[in-house]
Write a protein that binds this ligand. Sequence first.
Ligand code: SF4
Length: 228
Amino acid sequence: MILGNICTRDCLFCGVKKGSPLPVDSLEPAKIAQAVNKLGLEYVVVTSVTRDDLPDGGAAQFIAVIEALADKKVEVLIPDLQGNWNALGRIIYASPAVINHNVETVPRLYQKIRPQAGFKRSLELFYKVKAKNSQICTKSGFMVGLGEEDGEVFALLDELKSANCDLVTIGQYLPPSKIHLKVDRFVDPALFEDYKQYGEKIGIKHIEAGPFVRSSFNAEEIWKNLNV
Ligand code: SF4
């Protein structure tokens, strides 16, 4: 995770620290490249907290990391950049293998549990990526157990498909502490399978769905399978 560990937003389900982030570390891309080489990684998932305090939302730092990892496959899991599509365009131009952006939940729950985000804005991000570079794989993820209805899950998959999202991850919400949003329901593994089957039937290229699935689950294998 780049750009520090303090987020400028306040999603009710998220365990990341909230507040005023520290200044951007200009040495971070080089430090990441060093760690990646030491670990012998070929595929790297890079994410960040949401940095609404930065005019470009942190895009320049994502680009610097992609460039520092030029000989690796990089999946960037980015925030919505507050709809700064110029900044997004620069990330697209840096050509990561995958641009991932989590919608996290169904649109009806945004106002209540992700007040600073916008569902339409998040969907637009996928349109923009594919319009600028159709070779970049688009990916999104969301949780269930936050208060959504099943019909809304299927409708969300329809929306992601229409927005040109190639890959989707779906996992069970588990609260990071007692003060976070409570679990609304535990979804049966068979129902996760129904979500997967439905999403792949409507044309999403691959869905990972299951109680313990998270954004980066099997990320490298999924990307390789799509690109053989
Ligand atoms: S924007 Fe992302 S990191 Fe920040 S609180 Fe929301 S889910 Fe957590």
